[in-house]
Design a protein around this ligand. Structure first.
Ligand code: PMV
Length: 362
């Protein structure tokens, strides 16, 4: 598929007004996306677990305007209050997706959005937020484009969400989503995320993710800046190659449910992401001393008890502790006994693999 396939057929009669509501989950990458080309095209393919509890709920009310406006007309309400500082990001998103949703300037929108996780938790809401908004907008198109099937609806929602925030395209489907062209993954695309097309062992499908909130403040370097620093990065090409190789290796690992090899790839990916940051020009560090203490505790515990528990990191200090369902009790006990002390105000979030975004009735 190409970008052209997402252009809306002409001659559709759009509704005068209406409302759509979607809940879209966050996701955590196992093979990381870090580095991009123009138009939000990833420099390497990635794969993520779709989460369940960490999600954004967005309601989009739309009303046709008397006249088509020159800019975009919308109000943004975040957790019950107007939120002016989120508006530029939405405007940029609307500008990027206008060629694919030409009706955007015909409406005044009221966007009401809230997250299931605390705003200042250091958990990026851009993935779930952009995914939820893309789905709400797609509901407008679906109401009038009767030729559209469910598969295309979700594909285009992922395509649009990507233009808001790259990793958001992995927040439409569950349970494992792959994004970015990989020669051995059929139907994989740089334009949207797909459901992982190969067999996955039941142990992998039931993974848990406990997110340790190490540092809840704003990141010192944004993802956008971080991605940009992969241009001219001395190790970039090797890193991009490595991501392809890790995806190759994961195919067998997912099939067999080989947790030792799974852990080795997932932890190496997390540390590589941060190694890229530390070797950029300018260099930067997003980990916190507690991030490292948690990693060491996880390694000690895994060695001492043979429990298949591991970590991954996002572009921040928080630690995602990953473990299969069958060690849940042991893992939670360990987290409470030994890791919670490193969390800001003792805060952590319990999550697990989820099934993807869903529409809510108003
Ligand atoms: O979607 P962005 O532009 O916020 O980038 C996300 C990058 C990572 O979270 C660090 C990795 C990933 O693949 O999700």
């Amino acid at each position: 598929m190409t970008e052209k396939d997402f252009i809306v057929p002409s001659g559709l009669e759009y509704p005068k007004n209406g409302k759509s509501i979607w809940k879209a989950p966050s996701n955590i990458a196992l093979v990381k996306y870090w580095g991009k080309k123009p138009d939000q095209i990833p420099a390497n393919p990635s794969i993520s677990f779709t989460l369940d509890a960490c999600a954004t709920k967005t309601s989009l009310a739309f009303e046709k305007q008397e006249q088509i406006s020159s800019g975009f007309s919308f109000d943004l309400i975040f957790e019950g209050k107007p939120k002016e500082d989120f508006k530029p990001k939405i405007t940029t998103f609307f500008e990027r997706i206008l060629p694919y949703l030409p009706f955007l300037k015909e409406y005044h929108f009221t966007i009401e959005t809230s997250n299931s996780f605390p705003h200042s938790s250091g958990i990026a809401s851009s993935a779930s937020g952009m995914a939820a908004l893309a789905l709400c907008l797609m509901s407008i198109e679906r109401a009038v484009n009767h030729k559209m099937d469910e598969e295309f609806f979700r594909k285009k929602a992922s395509f649009l969400a990507r233009l808001g925030s790259g990793s958001a395209c992995r927040s439409i489907e569950g349970d494992l989503v792959q994004w970015g062209k990989h020669i051995d993954i059929p139907h994989s695309s740089d334009l949207f995320g797909i459901n992982y097309p190969f067999e996955i062992h039941p142990t992998i499908k039931k993974y848990h993710d406990t997110i340790l909130l190490v540092h809840k403040g704003e990141k010192t370097v944004s993802s956008t800046v971080g991605h940009g620093l992969m241009k001219n990065h001395p190790f970039a090409e090797k890193r991009f190659e490595q991501a392809h190789q890790n995806l190759d290796r994961l195919k067998g690992i997912f099939f067999e449910g080989n947790l030792d090899d799974f852990i080795q790839i997932v932890e190496s990916e997390a540390l590589t992401l941060h190694a890229m940051m530390m070797t950029s020009q300018p260099y930067f560090i997003l980990m916190h001393p507690h991030t490292l203490q948690i990693i060491n505790k996880i390694w000690e515990f895994r060695k001492a008890t043979n429990t298949p528990i591991c970590f991954t990191l996002d572009a921040g200090a928080n630690v995602h502790v990953l473990y299969p369902e069958y060690v849940k009790e042991r893992a939670i006990q360990f987290i409470q006994d030994e890791l919670v002390v490193y969390c800001e105000n003792g805060h952590y979030l319990c999550d697990r693999i989820g099934e993807g975004a869903r529409e809510l009735k108003s």
